[in-house]
Design a protein around this ligand. Structure first.
Ligand SMILES: Cc1cc2nc3c(=O)[nH]c(=O)nc-3n(C[C@H](O)[C@H](O)[C@H](O)COP(=O)(O)O)c2cc1C
Length: 332
């Protein structure tokens, strides 16, 4: 077992998961000057008209407010997708809202887009300035109190504020923790959002992030729409609302309650969605594979299924700060 593994099993699991996240993230940020002395691992990848230092990025949700981009880059991630950022600041759902299912190497979250809002995050990114390091993606979502018929304006507002500071922008319509958000994945609702955001961001690479719970035909329909509205890529996938096939005791799963499940149990479906998309859209769109990637073999399988780039969140929690280097070096 790694040092982090025993620390995780004997220390971190005793701390509330959200507190552990903040503690761990603070430690990584404090260690940045030392970490930054090491060379970024892996092989550069060309995608979205950009050069990524390597194939693996931090998925959205880890750095919601863009406070640790360079520290995450120093750990070996080639890109960081900050957010989800919403048009207005919001506190997210009541705590507790983050739960570990260690027997499944999984996490359930119902954070509910807790974030500082587009204006504050844009100011923070402006203060950081453009600099070498990880490629910076910004993931935007709908403010909870904004009604569905005002969603287009809300996404457009975030895009206007954040696009000037981002290398690429992601429209998130797939988190299960904002009521009604995933309904926006229906093509007739998604099309006006993507068209409006495309108008705002001009040539900036634009992606959409989808849920693993879409039926296969709906996944293909999003692929067709992405081509029709001139998106640059698709991120597959977000967390799932399914609880099928878990090893964790059903009573424990039930006690955790609603939320999006991530980590190991997601691997197979996320990979299948990625493959479906690649078959549908052909080689032209950038596909980002995310969901349950834990081992070098998982990462390689996602690339073989057609991914150009990879992201992860949950394995990073379980495996620790050395994990991004292990994966990127392992892929070499
Ligand atoms: C605690 C937590 C918070 C998340 N927050 C967001 C978010 O704000 N926006 C988003 O698009 N995805 C969010 N995600 C989903 C991840 O970006 C990723 O798509 C998902 O967890 C599957 O990858 P994984 O199995 O490697 O964790 C979150 C995931 C977790 C575990």
């Amino acid at each position: 077992m790694t040092l982090y593994g025993s620390l995780f099993d004997h220390g971190l699991t005793r701390i509330d998961p959200e507190k552990a996240h903040h503690l761990g993230f603070r430690a990584v940020r404090a260690a940045r000057p030392v970490l930054a002395l090491r060379r970024t691992p892996g092989t550069p990848v060309s995608a979205l008209g950009l050069t990524f230092p390597n194939v693996l990025g931090v998925a959205a949700g880890f750095d919601k407010n863009a406070v640790g981009i360079d520290a995450l880059g120093a750990l070996g991630f080639g890109h960081v997708e900050v957010g989800t950022v919403t048009g207005e600041p919001q506190p997210g759902n009541d705590k507790p809202r983050l739960f570990r299912l260690p027997a499944d190497r999984a996490v359930v979250n119902r954070m509910g887009f807790n974030n500082d809002g587009a204006e504050a995050v844009a100011r923070r990114l402006a203060a950081r300035g453009r600099r070498p390091g990880p490629v910076l993606g910004v993931n935007i979502g709908k403010t909870k109190v904004v009604p569905e018929d005002k969603a287009v304006e809300d996404y457009a507002k975030s895009a206007r504020l954040l696009a000037p500071h981002a290398d690429y922008l992601t429209v998130n319509v797939s988190s299960p923790n904002t009521p009604g958000l995933r309904d926006l994945q229906a093509v007739e609702k998604l099309e006006p959002i993507l068209t409006a955001v495309r108008d705002v961001v001009g040539d900036l690479p634009l992606l959409v992030k989808i849920a693993p719970d879409l039926a296969d035909d709906d996944v293909r329909a999003v692929g067709d729409l992405a081509l029709a509205v001139g998106l640059d890529g698709i991120i597959a996938t977000n967390t799932t609302i399914s609880r099928a096939g878990l090893r964790t005791e059903p009573a424990e799963v039930e006690a955790v309650g609603a939320g999006g499940l991530s980590g190991r149990p997601l691997t197979e479906r996320s990979c299948a969605v990625l493959r479906l998309l690649r078959d549908r859209v052909g080689p032209g769109l950038t596909l980002v594979g995310v969901g349950g990637i834990t081992t070098v073999a998982d990462a390689q399988a996602r690339l073989d299924a057609g991914a150009d780039l990879l992201q992860a969140y949950t394995a990073f929690i379980y495996e620790g700060p050395a994990w991004p280097r292990r994966i990127t070096q392992g892929l070499q």
